[in-house]
Design a protein around this ligand. Sequence first.
Ligand code: HEC
Length: 213
Amino acid sequence: MRPNTTTARVRNATARRPQRLAAAALAALLAVAPGCTDMYDQPRFEPYEATTLFSDGASSRTLVLGTVPREDVRGLPAVEDRELLLTGLKDGVAAQEPPFAVDRAVLERGKQRYGIYCTPCHGQLGDGRGVIVQRGFTPPPKYTEPRLVDAPLGHFFQVISNGHGAMYSFAARVAPQDRWAIAAYIRALQLSQNAKASELPPEDQSKLQEAVK
Ligand code: HEC
């Protein structure tokens, strides 16, 4: 489509020489003008725009029969259970454990991604009081609700991947390994608000005892 149109333009321009001067002057003017709409207003079809060029009236061509989608595998961690990494499922049900070990770096990453994608609605604490909710969006449940405390990690992975009720899917924005990192961080948020003193590491237990003395 594009090359033909360009050729036609060139042909027209050659045919109308006097106009070329004016066009050149305009081009020079545009070059110094701030911003330039030339790239934006190109002779091209918008997605799904109709055309008479093809007999089916659509400008987009259908994919060749048998085309299979290929997810972008660059940057995916090498894990044993790839299906678990991509679906959140283990033996057909939401998995309890993530497909890779969760260490501090994973939690830090989850915290950072959670801060970017989830806090606007769920809030920093996961209490469902994010700014968007304060301005009227459907309030999400608190992560400390018993049902969510009992939910397997794979459930969070699936909610992020597929969306849930009023919440849209983040599959296109958050890579699978980051969805797991966020899921692990949600678990950390839940624990942070329900922790028993006896579950703390010994040094934190003594700090706590110092603090309440
Ligand atoms: C635009 C607001 C919004 C954003 C952003 C958002 N959520 Fe939600 N989330 C909701 C709402 C609303 C619900 C409740 C949906 C319902 O029950 O209809 C929800 C529900 C949930 C639930 C509970 C599902 C259940 O079983 O009840 C989890 C877990 C969750 N979100 C995780 C996340 C994570 C993780 C992110 C970031 C990757 C995120 N959400 C981003 C609005 C949002």
